[in-house]
Design a protein around this ligand. Sequence first.
Ligand code: ADP
Ligand code: ADP
Length: 225
Amino acid sequence: MSTLSLHSLTKAFNESAVIRDIDLEVAAGECVAVLGPSGAGKSTILRLIAGLEPASSGTVALGDRNVDGVPAERRGVALMFQRPLLFPHLNALDNVAFSARSSGKSKRSSRLHAQSYLELVQLGDFAYRRATELSGGQAQRVALARALAAEPRVLLLDEPFSALDPQLRGEMHSLLRQIRRELSPTILLVTHDQHEAAVLADRMAILLNGTIAQIDTPHHIYTRP
Ligand code: ADP
Ligand code: ADP
C-alpha cells in the first residue's frame, strides 16, 4: 500500500470551483475520513484521485508516482460505493475473481485469490451464490472483497455502509477494523456519519465548500474547539 498525496488540488465545473487548492497526505496504512455536508465536494475528491475526472489544477500522487496523466484503470486505486454494483449474473467468487484478473493474475490464481478474500470477509461458504441471491449486507461484503482483491495502492470508500441498517453497519465497522489490522490498506473514507469516522479513521478531515476546514485525530477534533 502507498501513501496518497494531494497537492493544490482544484476542480472547477463551469468556472465554479468545487474543490479548492486542497493539500492532503494520507500515510501508507492510514485511514482518513472525509466528512462534510452534501455538496461539499467529497465525491469529487474521490473521482479526481481515481482518475474518473480530470483535475483543473494540482497533482495526485500515489507513493512517489505522480498519476495525473494516468488513466483510471492503471492507477491502482479501488473504489467502493454505497451500492455494491456486482455483476448480477456472476456468483460471488467470479465477481471477486474478475477484479483479481484485471490486476493481471491468471484465471486459476485469481480464483484462489478471490476465495481467500471471500474468507477474509467471512463469506467463504457463499462463493457459488449468485450476486442476486445475496442479502444487501452480504453483497456489500463481496464488494469490499472485490475492492481488496485488486490489491490497490489506495482504497477509496464512498459512503460504503450508509445503505445498511445499524446492526449490519456495526458488523461492517468491525470487519473493516479487522482488515486494517491484518492488511493495513491506505484508505480514504467519505462518510456523513461522525460516529463511523471516529471509530474507523486515524484522522478526520472536515470538508466545507471544497476546502479542508479542519483535519485532526478524532480525539483532537472532539476535544479542541
Ligand atoms: P458531496 O460528495 O460532498 O455531496 P460532490 O462532490 O458530489 O459533493 O459535489 C460537489 C459540488 O460539485 C456540488 O455542487 C455538485 O453539484 C457539483 N458537481 C459535481 N459533479 C459535477 C459535474 N460533473 N458537473 C457540474 N457540477 C458538478
Ligand atoms: P453524491 O451526493 O453521492 O456525491 P451526486 O448525486 O451529487 O452524488 O452525484 C452523482 C453523480 O452526478 C456524480 O458523478 C457527479 O459528478 C454528478 N453530478 C453531481 N452534480 C452534478 C451537476 N450539477 N451537473 C452534472 N453532474 C453532476
